[in-house]
Design a protein around this ligand. Structure first.
Ligand SMILES: *[C@@H]1O[C@H](CO)[C@@H](O)[C@H](O)[C@H]1NC(C)=O
Ligand SMILES: *[C@@H]1O[C@H](CO)[C@@H](O)[C@H](O)[C@H]1NC(C)=O
Ligand SMILES: *[C@@H]1O[C@H](CO)[C@@H](O)[C@H](O)[C@H]1NC(C)=O
Ligand SMILES: *[C@@H]1O[C@H](CO)[C@@H](O)[C@H](O)[C@H]1NC(C)=O
Ligand SMILES: *[C@@H]1O[C@H](CO)[C@@H](O)[C@H](O)[C@H]1NC(C)=O
Length: 259
């Protein structure tokens, strides 16, 4: 199965702790397949053989804390992207970070739970010094602006928040070998608990609400790092840092991955 469900993706674009889907997000595609209900508290994305669907935040942010609870459509692969899966096999979550248009920094995980069974929380903390991804409050990846000696190109352009569901058959499941089983369509993903606590670009760089005080200087504590290592040791199934394909070319990049 090769649906790709994008849980949270920040994309470069031209507060406060909100948020609801009506106030903060625009449905951007899917011709009626994205549905906001319950006074903006719930979002449903669906995909059939004609189209997937998706939405985008109205505002562009520069740093922030973003969280969504999501329950995935059954049988499929979650940046934070769920990749489709084969029945009976663990679900995979793909993460990536782009700076100055350059990606290829993928790290992939098996999930330690069934994401279709219940709502789980997916969040990204993006500060001027680091970007940390969490699942249910557990840090799974830390991407630093600087390694121990040097600042490197970092995600520091304004971005909007996206979430979408689309057919990723050409790459997502086992590199594209397994196609979507359309007899099981429509595929439906449910979202709730959208939280946006962000800063915005301004003339002086960026401007934050008071809430930012609690996270803008956050870094991974020793305890966070211990937990993160435990999870990565057990569940990381791909890391660009150890891919022979990139041998000799990613040491600077990998020297700024947390841990
Ligand atoms: C899409 O699915 C519908 C309903 O199952 C079916 O009737 C239709 O023929 C399919 N269209 C295409 C282009 O596969
Ligand atoms: C969101 O929708 C509103 C109203 O339709 C529109 O004015 C605005 O440009 C849209 N914003 C984005 C980022 O698409
Ligand atoms: C996700 O977050 C919500 C709201 O903050 C909380 O009620 C819920 O227990 C969390 N779920 C998990 C699985 O951590
Ligand atoms: C980012 O890191 C630098 C160097 O460690 C530090 O001086 C600065 O205060 C940090 N900025 C924030 C917003 O945490
Ligand atoms: C950090 O990055 C700089 C610049 O690319 C590189 O020269 C240096 O070796 C890196 N430091 C470590 C500890 O890898």
């Amino acid at each position: 199965m090769s649906l790709v469900l994008l849980v949270l993706l920040l994309i470069s674009a031209a507060a406060g702790v909100a948020a609801d889907f009506n106030t903060d997000m625009n449905i951007t595609w899917g011709d009626g397949r994205a549905i906001i209900s319950n006074n903006g508290l719930n979002l449903q994305l669906s995909m059939d053989n004609i189209s997937g669907s998706g939405c985008e935040s109205k505002a562009a942010f520069l740093y922030g804390r973003f969280e969504l609870s999501s329950a995935q459509p059954a049988q499929d692969e979650v940046d934070l992207e769920f990749l489709g899966n084969l029945e009976g096999q663990p679900y995979k979550l793909n993460t990536n970070v782009f700076t100055e248009g350059k990606g290829n920094r993928e790290q992939r995980f098996h999930l330690w739970f069934d994401p279709t069974g219940d709502f789980h929380n997916y969040s990204i903390l993006w500060t001027p010094n680091q970007t940390i991804s969490y699942i249910d409050g557990i840090p799974i990846r830390g991407f630093m602006k600087a390694n121990s000696t040097t600042q490197l190109p970092y995600v520091e352009k304004a971005m909007t928040l996206h979430t979408s569901l689309w057919d990723g058959s050409d790459w997502a499941t086992d590199g594209g070998r397994i196609k979507v089983d359309w007899s099981k369509a429509p595929f439906i993903a449910h979202y709730r608990n959208l939280k946006i606590d962000a800063c915005f670009p301004s003339e002086s760089g960026y401007t934050c609400g008071n809430d930012a005080a609690s996270w803008i200087e956050k870094s991974l504590s020793q305890q966070d790092l211990t937990l993160m290592h435990m999870i990565r040791d057990q569940y990381m199934i791909y890391n660009y840092c150890t891919d022979p394909k990139y041998k000799g070319t990613v040491s600077d990049e990998c020297s700024r991955e947390a841990g």
